[in-house]
Ligand binder design. Structure first.
Ligand SMILES: *Cc1c(COP(=O)(O)O)cnc(C)c1O
Length: 427
C-alpha cells in the first residue's frame, strides 16, 4: 500500500535531516513511515502510491477552503505571470492589510512576514521595545513558533518528540520567559504581583490548539486582559491557527476580548508562506522604519502569497462558512463522545484517548499516545488522514461535505470500538 512512500522516505533520509523539513511530519510519535503526497484537491489527498485520503490535517490549518481551491489557484497564476517577488511595495499589500484590519479591528496597523514563527518572534520584540521591559509570560503547551525565547514548554512537535525544551537555547534567553499553566488565572495574577513591573507581555493562544485543542475556561482570558492593563504590559493573542478559523474575526471576535497585538499565519496565506502581526497604531509605530524596533524580510508581503491570501479572505467573507462548519463538525464528532475526550470548537477538534477532561497541558499529557498511534494507523489504512500526533488539532474545511463526514464518522466510530473496550460497555 505504501511502497513508493517507503522508497522516497529512505531516499529523503539521505539528504534531509530525518527525511523531512518539519519534525512532526516524520510520524515519530505514531511510528511507521510518513506518506509522501502527490496532490490535493478539495477534502482529499493522494499519495505517491495512488492512495486517496480524506484529509483532516489541512496542511496543519491553512486550508479552510480545501486543497487547491480553483479561485485561489487562478489568482496565484495571474500573479505569477507578473513576477514572483520584487522586494518593493505593491498594491496587493495594501489590499491585504485592509482586509485583515477590517476583519480584526484591534489590528489598526499590520506587518506581513513569511511564517507564524516570525510573527510571534517579532511581536515579542515589539512588545519589549514598546514597554522597555524584558520578561514575557507564556503558557505551557502553547506553541508560538520555534524562536529561542518561545520554545519553552511549547507543546506540539516538541511534546510529540519528547523534547519539551530544545537544546541550543542559552539559559539566559529562556530565563526571560515565564511559563504558567494554561487556564490558571490565579497563577497569572500571582506572577504579576511578584514581578509585574518587569513583564513586557503575555503571549497566549486564545484557544489552544498545539497541545491538542483546549478551550479557554470562563474568566481566563478576561483575567489576562485585566491584569496586563493594570500593570502596563501588553496582551498578545497568537491567532496563527484561530485567525479566520473560528470566526472571520478570529478568537477575539468570538470571545469578545481585544488584545493589544495579534499574530496571524496559516489561513491568511491561502496555502502559501505568510505570517502577520498587528495591533494598536501607537504600538506598531515603534517598528522600523518609523521606530527603533528593527524587523525586516526579503520576501515579506510576497505578491504570490498576498494574492493567495486576499482571495482566501474574500472567499471567507463572502461565504461566511463559520456556523455551517461548526454545525458539521459537531455532528461529525458527536457519536465518538462515549469513546474518548473530544475538545472541539468551530472546525477544529482533538480526540484525546483520556479518561478525564483535558483542560491544560498536564491533563493533555495523560492521554494514551500508544492508543492514538494505533488509531492513526487504522484510519490511514482506511483512507483517512488524521494528524500524526495526539497533541495536534484536526481540521475540517469547507470542502468536507456532510455526506463525506457522515461516512467517515461511522468508520471512525467503528475504529474506536475496535480499539477501546470501554465503548462496548457503554453501548
Ligand atoms: C503554527 C503556529 C505557529 C508557527 O507558525 P509557522 O508558520 O509554523 O512558523 C505559531 N503559533 C501558533 C499558534 C501556531 O499554531
Amino acid at each position: 500500500m505504501f511502497k513508493n512512500s517507503k522508497k522516497l522516505f529512505s531516499r529523503a533520509q539521505k539528504y534531509l535531516v530525518g527525511g523531512v523539513n518539519s519534525p512532526v511530519r516524520a510520524f515519530k510519535s505514531v511510528g511507521g513511515n510518513p506518506i509522501f503526497i502527490h496532490k490535493g484537491k478539495g477534502a482529499y489527498l493522494w499519495d505517491v502510491d495512488g492512495n486517496k485520503y480524506a484529509d483532516f490535517v489541512g496542511s496543519w490549518g491553512p486550508l479552510i477552503l480545501g486543497h487547491n481551491h480553483p479561485s485561489i489557484l487562478l489568482k496565484i497564476r495571474q500573479q505569477a505571470v507578473l513576477g514572483s517577488s520584487y522586494g518593493a511595495p505593491t498594491e496587493l499589500e495594501i489590499e491585504m492589510a485592509k482586509l485583515v484590519s477590517e476583519a480584526i479591528p484591534s489590528i489598526e496597523k499590520v506587518r506581513f512576514v513569511s511564517s507564524g514563527t516570525e510573527a510571534a518572534m517579532s511581536a515579542i520584540r515589539l512588545a519589549r521595545g514598546a514597554t522597555k521591559r524584558d520578561k514575557i509570560i507564556k503558557f505551557s503547551g502553547c506553541y508560538h513558533g520555534h524562536s529561542d525565547g518561545l520554545l519553552v514548554k511549547a507543546g506540539s512537535g516538541a511534546t510529540t518528540l519528547g523534547v519539551p525544551d530544545s537544546s541550543g537555547i542559552p539559559k539566559a534567553y529562556s530565563a526571560q520567559t515565564i511559563v504558567l499553566p494554561y487556564n490558571d488565572s490565579s497563577a497569572a495574577i500571582r506572577c504579576f504581583k511578584k514581578m509585574g513591573e518587569e513583564i513586557a507581555a503575555i503571549i497566549v493562544e486564545p484557544i489552544a490548539a498545539n497541545m491538542g485543542v483546549i478551550l479557554p475556561q470562563k474568566g481566563f482570558l478576561e483575567t489576562l486582559r485585566h491584569v496586563t492593563q493594570q500593570w502596563g504590559a501588553l496582551l498578545i493573542f497568537d491567532e496563527v491557527i484561530t485567525g479566520f478559523r473560528v470566526s472571520y474575526g478570529g478568537a477575539q471576535k468570538l470571545l469578545g476580548i481585544k488584545p493589544d497585538l495579534t499574530c496571524l499565519g496559516k489561513i491568511i496565506g491561502g496555502g502559501l508562506p505568510v505570517g502577520a502581526f498587528g495591533g494598536k497604531k501607537e504600538i506598531m509605530e515603534h517598528l522600523s522604519p518609523l521606530g527603533p524596533v528593527y524587523q525586516a524580510g526579503t520576501l515579506s508581503g510576497n505578491p504570490l502569497a498576498m494574492a493567495a491570501g486576499i482571495e482566501t479572505l474574500k472567499q471567507l467573507k463572502k461565504l461566511n462558512p463559520y456556523s455551517e462548519l461548526e454545525k458539521r463538525c459537531k455532528k461529525f464528532i458527536q457519536s465518538w463522545i462515549s469513546a474518548a475526550q473530544i475538545n472541539q470548537i468551530g472546525s477544529l477538534f482533538t480526540l484525546f484517548f483520556s479518561e478525564q477532561p483535558v483542560t491544560d497541558y498536564s491533563s493533555a499529557l495523560k492521554a494514551n499516545t500508544k492508543l492514538y498511534a494505533q488509531f492513526f494507523h487504522k484510519l490511514l489504512e482506511q483512507g483517512i488522514y488524521f494528524p500524526p500526533s495526539q497533541f495536534e488539532a484536526a481540521f475540517i474545511s469547507c470542502a468536507h461535505e456532510e455526506s463525506l463526514l457522515e461516512k467517515i464518522s461511522y468508520k471512525i466510530l467503528n475504529t474506536l470500538r475496535s480499539l477501546n473496550p470501554r465503548t462496548e460497555v457503554l453501548e
